[in-house]
Design a protein around this ligand. Structure first.
Ligand code: KIV
Ligand code: NA
Length: 250
């Protein structure tokens, strides 16, 4: 089958739009069987590297994991997150770093967090050939400025942010950490598809951190689906191996 393009994703207003994260080649192989869009999220800082936020994630880490995921996927549209500090300074800085991500990984688009303040940058990138997935609502890269991971509850602000980013040329928008009525207002307020996470059930598509969905993250967030039993299966395989070696060699 042919790979989905950002235009295919853009045309799926109303959904369904199955979106999942992957950071590695083996996970990309699995996720690619069901996902329309694979995000190489900077959540890899928490999930893979054990950081307490996404702020320590570097462009080099995103490029390394982005390449790994591209080599493992055939069908999904692959988007790589721009890490903190790699795009906020200026449209030119964003272009230079986003171009590196596209050239060095072969991915189809980048994602960046931000609302009205990032609209100029999104326009700069999209008009120069770089497809952008927006990200509004709760923005994890703002954790320190906001004094924690807080839900964004100001409907008018989130809708204005979403409209600005969509008008600037983003092909779709992640909407994170808002009440369902906020996600509903955003979804009605933009022509591009919205992709929700921790945002109720009102978005055009949904995205999950795959490890959260599988129940294998060390400290899963509260909204995550029930335990899958996969962690127990992993423990069992490990302890069976360990036990198989408990007898001393003759
Ligand atoms: O980094 C990430 O995984 C994300 C998704 C949760 C949308 O930004
Ligand atoms: Na992210």
């Amino acid at each position: 089958k042919k790979r989905l393009t950002v235009r295919d994703i853009r045309s799926k207003k109303g959904g369904p739009l199955v979106c999942l994260t992957a950071y590695t080649h083996p996970m990309a192989l699995l996720v690619d069987e069901v996902a329309d869009l694979i995000l190489v999220g900077d959540s890899l800082g928490n999930v893979l590297y054990g950081f307490e936020s996404t702020l320590p994630v570097t462009l080099e880490m995103m490029i390394a994991h982005g390449g790994s995921v591209m080599r493992g996927s055939k069908r999904a549209c692959v988007v790589v997150d721009m890490p903190f500090g790699s795009y906020q300074e200026s449209p030119v800085q964003a272009f230079q770093n986003a171009a590196r991500v596209l050239v060095e990984t072969g991915c189809h688009a980048i994602k960046l967090e931000g609302g009205e303040e990032m609209a100029e940058t999104v326009s700069f990138l999209t008009r120069r050939g770089i497809a952008v997935l927006g990200h509004v609502g709760l923005m994890p890269q703002h954790v320190h400025a906001r004094g924690g991971f807080r839900r964004e509850s100001d409907v008018d602000k989130v809708v204005a942010d979403a409209r600005a980013i969509a008008q600037a040329g983003a092909f779709a928008l992640v909407v994170e950490g808002v009440k369902e009525e906020v996600a509903r207002a955003v979804t009605a307020g933009v022509e591009v598809p919205t992709i929700g996470i921790a945002a109720g059930d009102a978005s055009d598509g949904e995205i999950r951190v795959t490890e959260d969905l599988l129940g294998v993250t060390p400290n899963p967030p509260g909204f995550v689906e029930a335990e899958s039993g996969i962690k127990d299966a992993m423990r069992k395989a490990l302890s069976e191996f360990a036990e198989s070696l408990t007898k001393p060699k003759a």
